[in-house]
Ligand binder design. Structure first.
Ligand code: 2P0
Length: 317
């Protein structure tokens, strides 16, 4: 018995950064994201006589395998042994949201293999325990993850805000540097929470940013969404820059791309940047401006991808 699932990464427009419960992986703040097409993870879960995890054709590292298998243990205690095979068409661990698509696809394929007939909201809450941002990849287009208030985390999952057809935007992704990140997201969030004097302000202003982002998405107001989006990412990185020891994911190319985006706006193109736990710069713009944005970023990047709003995680029939 085996099932296969496909999921796309999502990029947060208003960020998740910080946890209020490490065990259940509950966020300190709500967030708002856009699910992308183009990049994707395909994962198969098959019942077997023993556990094994493969990434592409090769055995996964022990660290990767035990993270995936321990996650399945929390979902279905006493589960049968499985072989997991996963493959993504973009680099992992480089600030491109590979854990979002990875844990969304794994959750969906595993639930089907274990005959768990759950709503998307339940699956989303399950996936959150593997990687917080995964809970937003169950829907296409624009998605809100409510931080929730319940201690058991059952109300901390994604909700669809607007489908991919709602708004003809593009996310132009500048790959500034490849290779795994020096500090993982979970460690980065905890260091910010424990040592940055700005963390409290980050949390205090996050819900208002999500509310503003929601209104801007529903009104298709790119300048308004872009302004709150840049403010959110810069506040998030400020908590890292002021942590001890500091965390600086940005490279020279990151800053060059930020100036290129500001230059685009000065010359009349509505383009807005966001960065995650890595050096890459993702630029939101109208789909009709995507090539202009690509040309402006290309001199500063090793590669530039133009991605469009994508669909939610799904089982392969
Ligand atoms: C986000 N990031 O909202 C934020 C912005 C990175 C920066 O969610 O610790 O792999 O597994 O819940 O989801 C990346 O972190 O973190 C992330 P964990 P995750 O997209």
């Amino acid at each position: 018995m085996s099932r296969q699932a496909i999921a796309h990464p999502n990029i947060a427009l208003v960020k998740y950064w910080g946890k209020r419960d490490l065990e259940l992986n509950l966020p300190a703040v709500s967030s708002l994201s856009l699910t992308l097409d183009g990049f994707r993870t395909v994962t198969t879960v098959e019942r077997s006589s023993g556990d094994a995890v493969f990434v592409g054709p090769a055995r996964a590292s022990d660290r990767f395998a035990s993270r995936a298998l321990r996650f399945l243990d929390t979902l279905v205690p006493g589960r049968p042994p499985v072989v997991v095979k996963t493959e993504s068409n973009f680099p992992a661990g480089a600030g491109l949201a590979s854990s979002a698509s990875g844990f969304a696809a794994l959750t969906l394929a595993a639930a089907a293999t274990f005959d768990q007939d759950l709503s998307l909201q339940r699956l989303s809450a399950w996936s959150r325990r593997g990687s917080g941002s995964a809970c937003r990849s169950f829907w296409g287009g624009f998605v809100v993850w409510d931080r929730g208030t319940r201690a058991d985390g059952s109300d901390s999952h994604g909700h669809p805000l607007a489908p991919r057809e709602h708004w003809d935007v593009a996310m132009v992704v500048a790959i500034v540097a490849t290779g795994p990140k020096a500090v993982g997201s979970t460690e980065g969030m905890e260091r910010s929470r424990q040592t940055s004097a700005y963390y409290e302000q980050w949390v205090a202003t996050a819900e208002a940013d999500v509310a503003e982002g929601r209104e801007a998405v529903l009104a298709r107001d790119l300048d308004r969404l872009g302004a709150v989006m840049e403010s959110s990412t810069l506040k998030m990185h400020a908590t890292m820059h002021t942590a001890r020891p500091p965390i600086l994911y940005w490279q020279a190319g990151t800053v060059a791309c930020l100036h290129a985006v500001a230059g685009l706006r000065e010359s009349g193109t509505s383009a807005w940047a966001t960065m995650d736990a890595g050096p890459q710069v993702k630029v939101l713009c109208a789909a009709s401006d995507a090539e202009t944005v690509r040309d402006a970023l290309a001199p500063h990047a090793a590669a530039v991808h133009v991605l469009r709003p994508g669909s939610g995680a799904r089982l392969v029939p």
